[in-house]
Design a protein around this ligand. Structure first.
Ligand code: PLP
Length: 450
């Protein structure tokens, strides 16, 4: 039914002016007016395959290893990047991350049907792998087609650079990353360092790094890997498809996702749009975009019904990967929120830290961005917008192990302005049986009752 001949086609198209199109191997990130491009697929051709057949194909590939279809992204290649040669795909078998029922945490929040989609359980520990496999594959294909690409670069709040560095290193393509000095976790910093990227730690914030990377992309023949480059969205959009697939093609009521540059929330919506258009599902979930109060430009705009948008200077937040004041994908995100009957809600530093700690106590191990989504979920349950019986999926965007510094400080009660309601520092004692026993029995009693 589906073969490798590129019968399916996709191209860049201007959001504002559909007449403006570019091939996907052209070095172009914005339209003639400076607006964002999106990748558009030949839907007429895709529609010739019935929804049920797409489902069967995706499921069949998910259990096989034939290159590159065993990847959660490339298993949907016809919907993602149909024209690329399989030889040029750069994949670390990303995707197919676990979606599980957070029974105990849900119950404590008052939800019967709360699920976590652990996008951090992947090669570099965040969902950024989903998009980066597509972008770096396209770059490899461009180089194979003789296009002049010197290197690939990104500005990052930590996870994009980790993903870029790993995929570029896998393909032998030079990678350059611009990081805001002192504003990312140690694990995130060491990832591109270890993978051999050229790593710049600049005295600025993410938005400042973005300005620099745009200049090198414009002037120095460096290919831009930020989500301004809509190729990444094509990979990231598979997350929604995967969630529905994992629910045997049932659509949940809500999906809660943390948002910074807002590419991911746009991608989530795009995956659902394609499933609807191609007959795999018949309804939309409601989407909640969760922002840190310290970096909340979308939330502020939502408060004013999106009539005005003002970039802000993002203030420091524990959710450092979403400390962004001027989100590149603002327009696409507004469109997604409006079409998916969405909500934008925010969480304070204390709310996100306590939500993380509370959820961790039930066996999770959350990054602070997931903490923002969990805190927002709790608010929506408490004020009745989410009903106790609703099926809710929280997208966990990165692995908690990338953010141990945050957790150590929480449990040592060293986070400024945060109470640490659930601290659990290790108990330091001499190796003396009786003292250990007395303390142990007292702690069992204190924590779990008699
Ligand atoms: C990048 C990132 C986000 C935000 O995604 P956007 O597409 O920028 O909105 C959230 N959480 C983590 C862990 C990230 O790395």
């Amino acid at each position: 039914m589906v073969d490798d001949k590129p019968r399916y086609r996709a191209w860049f198209e201007s959001l504002a002016n559909p007449a403006e199109r570019h091939p996907l191997d052209e070095v172009v990130y914005t339209d003639a007016e400076g607006g964002l491009l999106q990748v558009v697929h030949d839907m007429d051709e895709l529609r010739k395959t019935p929804g049920a057949e797409w489902k069967a194909l995706f499921e069949e590939r998910a259990h096989k290893n034939s290159w590159p279809y065993g990847s959660g992204v490339w298993g949907k290649k016809e919907w993602v990047l149909p024209e690329i040669d399989n030889e040029n795909v750069v994949s670390m078998y990303e995707g197919h991350t676990n979606l599980f029922w957070a029974e105990r945490y849900g119950r404590e929040l008052g939800l019967d049907d709360l699920w976590l989609k652990l996008c951090g359980n992947t090669h570099t520990g965040s969902f950024k792998d989903l998009g980066m496999t597509v972008l770096v594959s396209m770059v490899k294909e461009m180089i194979a087609r003789g296009k002049p690409v010197r290197a690939v670069a990104c500005a990052s709040t930590g996870d994009t650079s980790a993903a870029l560095a790993a995929y570029a290193a896998g393909a032998g393509i030079p990678a350059i990353v611009f990081l805001p000095r002192g504003k990312i976790s140690l694990a995130q910093l060491i990832q591109p360092v270890a993978n051999g990227a050229i790593v710049f730690a600049l005295d600025t914030d993410f938005d400042g790094c973005m300005e620099i990377v745009k200049q090198v992309a414009e002037r120095d023949g460096i290919y831009l890997a930020n989500s301004m480059n809509s190729l990444r969205i094509e990979g990231q959009k598979t997350v929604g498809i995967e969630i529905v697939q994992q629910f045997d093609w049932e659509v949940p009521d809500w999906i809660v996702i943390p948002g910074g540059n807002l590419g991911n929330v746009s991608a989530l919506a795009k995956g659902f749009d394609m499933m609807l258009e191609l007959g795999l599902v018949s309804r939309r979930p409601r989407i909640v975009c969760a922002q840190a109060e310290q970096a909340n430009p979308l939330y502020l705009a939502y408060q004013r019904d999106f009539r005005v948008f003002e970039p802000i200077a993002a203030r420091p937040t524990l959710a450092s990967a979403i400390q962004i004041g001027n989100p590149v994908s603002y327009r696409k995100a507004v469109d997604a929120i409006q079409r998916f009957d969405g909500i934008v809600e925010q969480a304070s530093e204390s709310e996100l830290a306590e939500a993380c700690a509370h959820a961790d106590r039930t066996g999770l191990f959350n990054c602070p961005h997931t903490g923002v989504a969990l805190a927002v979920t709790r608010k929506l349950v408490d004020d009745g917008r989410i009903k106790p019986s609703d099926r809710v999926v929280v997208i966990s965007t990165a692995h908690g192990l990338k953010f141990v510094d945050f957790k150590v400080r929480y449990h040592n009660m060293e986070l400024e302005g945060i109470q640490s309601e659930l601290p659990n520092p290790p108990i330091e004692l001499p190796a003396d049986y009786e003292r250990v026993r007395d303390t142990m029995l007292r702690e069992i009693e204190r924590r779990f009752g008699a």
